[in-house]
Structures are given as structure tokens and as C-alpha cells.
Design a protein around this ligand. Sequence first.
Ligand SMILES: [Zn+2]
Length: 101
Amino acid sequence: MSVNDKSYRQHGDGYAPDRRGNSTDRRRRKEWLLLVHGNGTSCPCTHCGRRLTFRTLEVDRITPGGSYARDNIQPACRRCNAQRSDNPRWLSPLAAAALNQ
Ligand SMILES: [Zn+2]
């Protein structure tokens, strides 16, 4: 067992943008969503418009069960993320409001 084995596993070529990843990957993903969808500190939930911060934002995959690549993720609040789960027919609060107009 070489001394470098552990560090290789932690910092080697393990970064895969399509996987959930480690805590650093997840933090960077949330920061990216806050920046792209908001002002870097907060952004609206994709589904209901509720204001999200780093603490409350959840990374929602556009194609459920798909990759965590940046073209497949959007910001969601815990409630919408849980309700939507992997139900492709779930109607978001914003979509429902648009239909009623
Ligand atoms: Zn929401």
C-alpha cells in the first residue's frame, strides 16, 4: 500500500460531472445554480418561484434519474423536489398558475 493511494482516490481523476459526487462537487453545483438562475446568493425555485438560498436550494435533475451534468440540473425547493420526485406528469405550481390564466 503506497502512501499516495488515499490521496489519489480523493483528488485523482475521480471528478465526474454526471455523478452526484462528493460534498465539494455538490457545493459547487449549488453555487453554480445560484449564479446562473439568480444573483449568486439566492435564486427562485424553478417550479414555484420561492426564493432559495444555498441552505434551502436543492439540485433537481431535469431528467429524473439522469446525470448531474449542468445541462440537466435546475434549482428547486425541498417541497417541489419531493413532490416532483420522478413523476414526469407532476404539474408544478408555476405551470398550474400559467394554465389558469
Ligand atoms: Zn418550489
